[in-house]
Ligand binder design. Structure first.
Ligand code: C2G
Length: 446
């Protein structure tokens, strides 16, 4: 009996998939179909899959062509499947020519012609309108946001505005469809959604204006500097039925999502302490140090507080901050946070370098993420018996920003979807930022 294997996502199953499955089956007597797990698609950068694994398996099952369906969960699984099931032929569509030649060491590799004119991407695009996205402010993250958006279907980068006309024109150069706008108002009118990439001091007014004009908002952290601003902006988002999303990219990395779930499941027992460090020494420190909102606590606070706020799920009882500063700019912030039954410590540097690791300490063990933990690829769970270290490996595509943009888009398209970052969590961070903004900390001269 000749065994054939093929793999795919099979999102919104269409006649191109079916033709491929039929041709694959015709190559032998028994067809195994590997359907990609959601996590695997995410890791290989395929972010816009609309159907769940269960639905996609059901699609394939209903064709009646597959003799066996398996799930493809990780890179490298193909070799192990071929050996495990005694496969004679591996096949896949011609869009993959050359990419699976390495499997010919294990079985015959056949690339079958792909059906023209149909794809899941086309079907997804016709199912949902394309979101027109704008950018407000061309400095910092704007370039990376623009680049990451290119790989995401269902949205197009349409317009941009910056107060500085020269910087605006420079940003638009070479970006075909990106139209420079004459004002903030024009930007909000032209777009369905906007990335607010300005100084935190401007966020409050800009968010209100964007929402008023009917734009969904994704905003650079920290989104708010006061609880009052947060309250007003969320009320406006509710009134207009629009999404207001704080864009902290760490939260959407596959590894980070998983480590939070492991901690929640009690894998390291009850969490009693969290130690978080982040730092950056920018090349243009002279320029950066002129803007107080680029200082250590404003810049790193929302990211550093994420693992703490996500794990403790309750209000901080006491927070002591010590800040090294000159002329209102903070270079280093050390914080000690007390929760009803647990503690946390942060060390945040801007123009000062610390070991950027994350340690979540529990009663049974601890979770360790090496630097830079905010772009996690790897972490360990360690316990008393040091031989018993469990290691977790992940990968991410690009610089990781695409996972965040994709989550934003998902919420924009599906109002029932629960955001990963809740309002209560944003407010808990805002409370600490407000305290800091009011100067409630101890100062040391830099
Ligand atoms: N296909 C096709 N014609 C189309 C579209 C897709 O023949 N118009 C084929 C693809 O070449 C692939 C299969 O249908 O062999 C499944 O396609 P996808 O669901 O897009 O999966 P893909 O990302 O190609 O995954 O490990 C996963 C595999 O590498 C392939």
């Amino acid at each position: 009996m000749k065994k054939v294997i093929t793999y795919g996502t099979y999102d919104l199953l269409h006649h191109g998939h079916i033709a491929l499955l039929k041709r694959a089956k015709a190559l032998g007597d028994y067809l195994i179909v590997g359907v990609t797990a959601d996590g695997f698609d995410k890791e290989r950068g395929k972010l816009n899959v609309s159907q769940s694994l269960a639905e996609r398996i059901e699609n394939v099952r209903q064709t009646g062509i597959a003799d066996q369906i398996i799930v493809e969960e990780y890179e490298g699984q193909k070799i192990s499947d071929i050996q495990k099931y005694g496969v004679d032929i591996f096949t896949v569509g011609s869009d993959w020519v050359g990419q699976f030649d390495y499997l010919s060491e294990y079985c015959q590799v056949v690339y079958l012609p792909r059906t023209r004119g149909i794809s899941s991407t086309v079907l997804r695009a016709s199912a949902k309108p394309c979101i027109k996205m704008g950018i407000l402010g061309v400095e910092g993250m704007a370039e990376r946001f623009y680049n990451a958006s290119k790989v995401i279907s269902g949205m197009e980068m349409a317009a941009v505005f910056d107060e500085d006309p020269q910087k605006l024109m420079k940003f638009c150069r070479g970006k075909g469809k990106m139209a420079p706008m004459e004002s903030e108002t024009q930007l909000f009118t032209e777009c369905d959604a906007v990335f607010i990439n300005s100084s935190p001091a401007l966020h409050h007014q800009q968010i209100l204006a964007a929402l008023d004009a009917g734009c969904h908002v994704i905003c650079n952290p920290p989104m708010f500097l006061s609880i009052k601003a947060a309250g007003e902006c969320y009320a406006k988002a509710d009134e207009k039925e629009l999404v207001l999303f704080e864009g902290i990219k760490t939260l959407y990395f596959p590894a980070f999502e998983h480590l939070l779930l492991l901690v929640k499941s009690g894998r390291i027992g009850t969490v009693k302490d969290i130690d978080v460090s982040c730092s950056q020494v920018p090349e243009d420190m002279d320029v950066v140090s002129k803007d107080k909102y680029k200082g250590s606590f404003y810049d790193w606070g929302p990211t550093a507080l994420l693992p703490i706020i996500k794990t403790y799920e309750t209000e901080c009882v006491d927070c002591q901050l010590i800040n090294f500063e000159t002329d209102d700019f903070s270079y280093f912030t050390r914080g000690l946070l007390r929760y009803p039954n647990a503690t946390a410590a942060v060390r945040l540097g801007k123009g000062m370098k610390v070991e950027g690791e994350l340690i979540i300490t529990g009663t049974k063990g601890y979770l360790y993420v090496p630097a830079p933990w905010w772009k996690p690829e790897y972490f360990e769970i360690r316990s008393e018996d040091l031989r018993n270290v469990k290691k977790y490996f992940y990968s991410y595509e690009g610089d990781g920003l695409r996972y965040m943009i994709y989550s934003f888009l998902h919420i924009v398209n599906d109002s029932e979807r629960v955001p990963l970052h809740t309002r209560a969590e944003v407010l808990r961070t805002t409370r600490l930022l407000e305290k800091f903004n009011e100067g409630q900390y101890t100062t040391l001269e830099m």
